[in-house]
Design a protein around this ligand. Structure first.
Ligand SMILES: [Zn+2]
Length: 200
């Protein structure tokens, strides 16, 4: 096989190896029936136990990529040994890269887009909005792109940027899938910066 054919098979293997571990976060929660409790993308989402649960589900899907990447690596190995070396190598490179890039979260790198701490934070903002220290008489905490804000009194309740929440995205499935493959579910923006004393 010529160089072009080998390169093509390598690229094909790399694309499959990159996409396969991400299939759960890409598609599992997108159907309409899974999102009736949430406002449609890209509107802000009201905090609720369903939202907390969604964050925990996406977190599970995110880490399940290790299992899927392991399966891809297995088939990559089989293909390297008995099938097309270029294709198998593509599968290997992309899936092992996925595992390594996600493991770096444990070495002080960027944390996962959905974390347990995030779910706890959502819960504590909800709890606070029902307690004595609530921001106003009718708090409605919603998750904006850069922060959680009360939609009644506009108080900023928590400065966490909103990751992808598994809703059907408004930009069409092709653009949405490409976007998610690039961002891996991480927010597009940084969290709302803390106000300095002068601004306050
Ligand atoms: Zn309020």
């Amino acid at each position: 096989m010529g160089l072009v054919g080998t390169m093509f098979l390598f690229a094909l293997g790399a694309i499959i190896g990159h996409v396969s571990p991400r299939l759960p976060t890409l598609f599992m929660t997108r159907p309409k029936g899974f999102n009736i409790r949430f406002s449609s993308h890209p509107d802000p989402v009201e905090l609720s136990p369903y939202l907390t649960q969604r964050v925990l589900h996406l977190r599970t899907f995110y880490w399940s990529s290790f299992l899927l990447a392991g399966i891809v690596m297995f088939f990559g190995g089989v293909s390297l040994r008995w099938g097309s070396a270029g294709f198998g190598f593509g599968l290997w490179v992309a899936s092992s890269w996925t595992i390594l890039s996600r493991l770096q979260a444990f070495l002080g790198g960027r944390p996962a887009p959905w974390t347990h701490a995030m779910a706890v934070e959502l819960q504590s903002v909800m709890d606070a909005s029902r307690s004595e220290i609530r921001c106003c008489s009718h708090p409605v905490p919603v998750w904006q792109q850069q922060c959680i804000q009360c939609s009644s009194c506009k108080a900023v309740l928590s400065r966490i940027a909103r990751p992808d929440l598994g809703r059907k995205r408004s930009d069409g499935w092709v653009a949405a899938t490409l976007r998610l493959l690039i961002t891996d579910g991480h927010p597009f923006t940084d969290p709302l910066p803390e106000l300095t004393l002068e601004q306050e």
